[in-house]
Structure formats: structure tokens, C-alpha cells
Design a protein around this ligand. Structure first.
Ligand SMILES: Cc1cc2nc3c(=O)[nH]c(=O)nc-3n(C[C@H](O)[C@H](O)[C@H](O)COP(=O)(O)OP(=O)(O)OC[C@H]3O[C@@H](n4cnc5c(N)ncnc54)[C@H](O)[C@@H]3O)c2cc1C
Length: 441
């Protein structure tokens, strides 16, 4: 353990050294209070995986000068969306040539480790290799933790123990996760020479030396008809390829996630990007998918829940780490306030929820509250039929074969309606309207 932790009582204990936990702990330490960050892994990040992108706005709030020393693989210079059918694909690419630092790609094992090192420099007591087995509760108030080593006590315990959060469950803040509210992410990291990545992905240099990265999202193809998306992120000299699939879909369709990933890697749109690469690692992790309606009670006497443990993820935009970091910061600030008032009850800790409500976190989750539900009722259409039809349209649009275009477009249109009954189209239109109005209202 880093730092002097001779007494078993501190001001705040934070469980879990992911983005949420480290942000909470550093905020408390900056307020001059004694805080312990407990992590079950041998080092921060050793148990964590994700797709690949961290958002600069959140990183800057916690580590204002992070760009000087953080282990950044590449700044994201392009967002690409590839809609696949079995035999072709259509890509939409967005590039912003002015704002290179909106987001960056980093490897979690490196990023989390760097964050903890920074936190320790600022006075956080860090306890790796320490599993918190349960919370110590006295007269309904959380007063400490039981670890596999010994018991520790604090005025406030912040639960940043990730999507499964057994600790939030123990004190009744969370229920068991339902398969429809969670996705399983599986990912491979594939090694390729830097120049090959730059050339295959068409990545530009921004200072003559370093090249920007690409964040690619994949729809359809082998994932067709499931509440699932694929992704590719370009590291410096490796590429992360993965999928996130709703657990319920995997269960009902009896599909193995690694088989699905294998199929995705063999799709011509993907295989050409990763061919001749060497597999470095394979990992899997759950992603909270439930959105606003699944956010649990966020605090109780003596405890607050942050990040994935509080199901704070916006999976429409692939945002989780920024929600984690800022929810951690809000909980840290609330803890400082409670210590100032010497009141660790829900009366003071409710301030944490107010901060979340006033921020983009709960506002965005509210905006998207029906999107996943609506999408999951029409996955066959939005994540299957329409991407396929879009590809068909472009195959006609781009084909010059000496045959008149009108005939082809007529056949395409007739086919479009023949294969989709009016009632299906009507349901899709209603779902589309629901999504758009849900977001705009
Ligand atoms: C496949 C996939 C792709 C993703 N892609 C992105 C992306 O590109 N961008 C993005 O912003 N987000 C992404 N996310 C989401 C993002 O990873 C999470 O939202 C984020 O990591 C949440 O941070 P956290 O600190 O709340 O939890 P975690 O990162 O899960 O950290 C929890 C920590 O708690 C520790 N812990 C758990 N239980 C205990 C215990 N009992 N005792 C001690 N320690 C404990 C764990 O070891 C871990 O270190 C992705 C997630 C997945 C799975």
C-alpha cells in the first residue's frame, strides 16, 4: 500500500481503481482529506477492459495537464461508421481538422495505472491486491469495509466497483442485473506495424511524427438483427477489434460471443484491415445498457455509488469513462461537503444526485431513456434490414453496366416494399418517430 495507513480509520474509502474510483479519490485528496483507494487487482487496470476511447473534457477535469505525460496511443482524428451486409459495406466518415483533442485512444491497463500514480502523488493512499468482501454497516449506516486482509473504517465509502457492484447489491441500492440491461463486450488486440496501421486506415500525421487514430463503429453484417455493435480502434502499433452484444440476445439466440467476433473479423470490410496481425490479448467485460431507468438509488447513509456501479453509461454514444470520471468527481466533492458539515447521512449525500442531475450525465441518460428499448424492439429493421438496403442502394447507385438506371431503381423500390409488409414499415416509422421525438422533447 502506498502512503501511511497505520490507523484503520480514514475520512473516505473508495472501492475500485477504475476511472470513477480514481477521480473520486483524487478529488477528496485535493480537498486535504485522508482517502484510501482499494483495488482488488495487482495494479489498476489489470482487471479492466473497454473499447478504446477516452474523452478529453473529462480527462482534463480530473488531470488538467494529462496530455503532457499520460499514455495516449493516438488522438481520434476520424469517426467512421461502417454499415455492413454479407457481401458489401457502406462507410460514413467524420473528420474534424481543428479539434484534435476531443477524444483519444488509450489502453486501459496503461491509463488506469497512470491515473493511480498521479493520484498517489496528490496524497491518495492506494491499496492494490485488496478485495473488498463486504461493507460494514451499523444501524443502517455504512461505516467501513471488510477486506481479505482486514477491516477498515471511514466516514464515507464510495462504491466504484464496476458494473457488477456486489457491494451496492449488499446494501440494497442495486438489484441483480437483468440480461436485457447489460451487454457483453469481447475484444481482441491485434498487433500490426505502425506504418501498416497508418496506411490501411488512411491515418494522417498531425505534427509530422504522430498520426491521428480512427474510432470505427460497425453495424450489421454478422451482427445483423441483434442489439449489437462492433468496433475497431487504432492504437499506435496494434488495433482493438470487438463487439458489444446484448446478453439477452446471446442467450435467446444461443450464440457464443467469440464465434460472433470471429465472423466479424472474417468480414471483407474488416479482414483487410487486420490481416497478418498477431493476436496479443483477448478479453471480455460487461457493459451497463439499461440507461436512465436502470440507474439505482445513488446514495445511502455513509455511501455513494459511481460510474458503472451506478449504471452510468450512454451506449448510444459509447460514453462510459467520462460518466465514470465525472460521477466520481461529484461524489468526491459531496464527500468533502459532508466532512465539512460533519453529516454523512443521506441528507447531505443527496447533493451527489443533485450534481448528477444538473450535469450532462443524467440529462443525456434521460434524453436517451427510450432509445435502447425502442431499438431493441426493432433490431431486425434498424440493425439488419435497413443497413442491408442501404448497401443495395449504393451498389445500384455506383454501378455503370450499360443498363438503364430507372429499371433498377424501380426493382429496388418494389423489392423494398415486397420484403417488408406495410405493418412492419409502419412499426418502424413509429419507432423512428419515437426515437427522434424522445431525443428532441
Ligand atoms: C467492450 C467495452 C467497450 C467500451 N468502450 C468504451 C469506450 O470506448 N469509451 C468509453 O468511454 N467507455 C467505454 N466502455 C465503458 C467503460 O469501460 C466503463 O464505463 C468504465 O470503465 C467505467 O469505469 P468504472 O471506474 O465505473 O468501473 P471499472 O472500470 O469497471 O472499474 C472498477 C474497478 O473496481 C475494481 N473492483 C471491483 N470489485 C472490487 C472489490 N470488491 N474490491 C476491490 N476492487 C474491486 C475492479 O478491479 C476495477 O478496477 C466500454 C466498456 C466495454 C466493456
Amino acid at each position: 500500500m502506498s502512503g501511511d495507513f497505520s490507523e484503520n480509520k480514514v475520512d473516505v474509502i473508495v472501492v475500485g481503481a477504475g476511472p470513477a474510483g480514481v477521480s473520486a479519490a483524487i478529488t477528496v485528496a485535493r480537498g486535504g482529506k485522508k482517502v484510501v483507494l482499494v483495488e482488488r487487482g495487482s495494479f489498476a487496470g489489470s482487471k479492466n477492459m473497454y473499447g478504446g476511447v477516452i474523452y478529453s473534457h473529462a480527462a482534463e477535469e480530473i488531470f488538467p495537464n494529462f496530455q503532457e505525460s499520460a499514455p495516449i496511443e493516438r488522438f481520434v482524428g476520424e469517426h467512421r461508421y461502417i454499415l455492413m451486409s454479407e457481401k458489401d459495406s457502406t462507410a460514413i466518415s467524420y473528420k474534424n481538422f481543428e479539434n484534435k483533442t476531443n477524444s483519444f485512444i488509450t489502453i486501459r491497463a496503461n491509463w488506469d495505472k497512470w491515473c493511480v500514480e498521479e493520484a498517489v502523488k496528490e496524497g491518495v493512499y492506494y491499496a492494490p491486491d485488496t478485495l473488498v468482501k463486504e461493507l460494514i454497516v451499523e444501524k443502517g449506516k455504512v461505516i467501513g469495509i471488510k477486506t481479505d486482509i482486514e477491516d477498515y473504517f471511514a466516514d464515507i465509502v464510495i462504491l466504484a466497483d464496476g458494473v457488477n457492484s456486489l457491494l451496492a447489491k449488499q446494501i440494497g441500492l442495486r438489484e441483480d442485473i437483468k440480461p436485457k440491461n447489460v451487454a457483453l463486450g469481447v475484444k481482441e488486440v491485434i498487433k500490426l506495424p505502425q506504418e501498416v496501421i497508418n496506411q490501411r486506415f488512411g491515418l494522417q500525421s498531425f505534427d509530422g511524427l504522430n498520426h491521428l487514430g480512427a474510432a470505427i463503429e460497425l453495424v450489421g453484417g454478422p451482427l445483423e438483427g441483434m442489439l449489437a455493435l462492433g468496433f475497431i480502434y487504432t492504437n499506435k502499433d496494434s488495433v482493438s477489434v470487438g463487439i458489444g452484444v446484448c446478453l439477452e440476445d446471446l442467450k435467446t439466440k444461443k450464440i457464443k460471443p467469440y464465434e460472433l467476433l470471429e465472423k466479424l473479423k472474417k468480414h471483407p470490410a474488416i479482414s483487410s484491415l487486420i490481416e497478418d496481425g498477431e493476436l496479443l490479448e483477448y478479453s471480455a467485460h460487461l457493459i451497463p445498457e439499461g440507461g436512465y431507468s436502470c440507474v439505482p438509488k445513488l446514495y445511502t447513509d455513509g455511501a455513494m455509488v459511481v460510474g458503472d456501479a451506478a449504471m452510468l453509461v450512454n451506449n448510444v454514444h459509447f460514453e462510459g469513462t467520462n460518466f465514470a470520471m465525472l460521477s466520481g468527481k461529484f461524489a468526491g466533492e459531496t464527500a468533502l461537503d459532508a466532512l465539512e458539515r460533519n453529516d454523512f447521512s443521506s441528507n447531505t449525500l443527496c447533493l451527489y444526485k443533485k450534481k448528477l442531475l444538473n450535469s450532462f450525465i443524467l440529462k443525456d441518460l434521460y434524453t436517451y431513456k427510450d432509445v435502447i428499448k425502442t431499438l431493441s424492439s426493432r433490431t431486425g429493421s434498424f440493425l439488419g434490414y435497413y443497413p442491408k438496403k442501404l448497401n443495395e442502394f449504393f451498389s445500384i447507385f455506383t454501378c455503370a453496366d450499360g443498363k438503364p438506371k430507372q429499371e433498377k431503381f424501380r426493382k429496388f423500390t418494389l423489392d423494398f416494399f415486397r420484403k417488408r409488409s406495410l405493418s412492419e414499415l409502419f412499426k418502424d416509422a413509429i419507432a423512428g418517430i419515437k426515437i427522434v421525438f424522445g431525443i428532441l422533447k
